[in-house]
Design a protein around this ligand. Structure first.
Ligand code: GDP
Ligand code: ZN
Length: 306
């Protein structure tokens, strides 16, 4: 049988087929292939799997259908890859203007990972009703030419909610945002009737967790799916060669063609056009600092996460 993984809870996977859900485990050999050993947990929500049912009615995942894409971060402790979800249409980073305050370095990491995985990333800025006008302008100029789509919304006043609704309609989206940004308020506003459960595992117990062990996909309607990820508040990047990082900063692309060196890491090389434009503020200086921050963490292979 073939089904889709809609929930991962530790070592248990809920596989859905024809509206029936099967609690399943992995056949041991799946975990032992070299490809799968890279991951802390080799199967993710969104994966299409071939499975069988054993005598006790427990599902056994036998093999994985090839993924269109997958989104992952670094597992801080094991040096492995923490698979978050697979076969996505988009990743939505949800942030708020205040409490908690926006953290664009975190968004930048998600954007880099999305680009390297071939998954579009959208930034959803919530709590527009209490936004400082300066912050709003700052975000727009920070991401000018970056390729990141941004929508400004308020779950409280309903502003921008229609845009949010049409953005997620007909797609499978992964939502990433730390507790308090208003994710549940937003979803409840968009889908009245759907009562979005916030993470059962509270963020306080989630503290210090570096693998995504509790992920679930909600079927909103026949074509709209949302995957919520409780507790992703650190985001380490792996598997990117430091000199390739600049290619995921779309706002550097034009300039980097004019750097004297190719590839150029834009930090120490002479005649670097990116740095020249940063000095002129044609490339946002803070975005450049964020780039350096990721660059150094990749180079030193340290867990410099935001
Ligand atoms: P979650 O942890 O991301 O699911 O966040 P919640 O939806 O529980 O919201 C956290 C807090 O932010 C609550 O006190 C909400 O009332 C508040 N909140 C959510 N959206 C908005 C908004 O658009 N504007 C304002 N001012 N507060 C909001
Ligand atoms: Zn350069």
């Amino acid at each position: 049988m073939t089904g889709i993984v809609i929930r991962v809870f530790g070592r248990y996977y809920t596989v859905k087929q024809d509206d029936v859900e099967y609690i399943s485990v992995l056949r041991g050999r799946i975990k032992r292939t070299p490809e799968m050993r890279k991951f802390s947990n080799p199967v993710a929500v969104g994966d299409v799997v071939n499975f069988s049912i054993n005598r006790d009615g427990l599902g056994v995942i036998e093999s994985l259908v090839e993924r269109k894409n997958f989104f992952s971060r670094k597992d801080k402790f094991k040096g492995k890859e923490d698979l978050i979800a697979a076969n996505l249409d988009q990743v939505i980073a949800v942030q708020s203007f205040a409490v908690p305050r926006l953290n664009l370095r975190f968004v930048d990491r998600i954007l880099v990972r999305g680009m390297s995985a071939g998954i579009p990333v959208v930034l959803c800025m919530n709590k527009l009703d209490i936004a400082d006008k300066g912050d709003e302008a700052y975000i727009s100029s920070y991401y000018r030419d970056s390729g990141l789509a941004i929508i400004f919304v308020s779950a409280l006043t309903g502003e921008g909610i229609e845009k949010f609704r049409s953005m997620i309609s007909g797609a499978r989206s992964l939502l990433i945002g730390s507790s308090g940004v208003g994710k549940s308020s937003l979803l409840n506003e968009v889908f009245s009737g759907l009562s979005v459960k916030t993470a059962e595992v509270s963020e306080s117990t989630g503290k210090g967790r570096h693998t995504t062990t509790n992920v679930q996909m909600e079927q909103i309607n026949s074509s709209t799916e949302l995957i919520d990820t409780p507790g992703v508040r650190e985001f380490g990047i792996m598997h990117i060669e430091p000199h390739m990082l600049g290619t995921y900063f779309q706002d550097f692309n034009e300039a980097s063609k004019k750097c004297r060196f190719n590839p150029c890491s834009h930090d120490h090389e002479p005649d670097c056009e990116v740095r020249r434009l940063v000095d002129l503020e044609e490339i946002h200086p803070d975005r450049y600092v964020s780039y350096l921050n990721i660059l150094y963490s990749l180079r030193e292979n340290i867990d410099n996460m935001y």
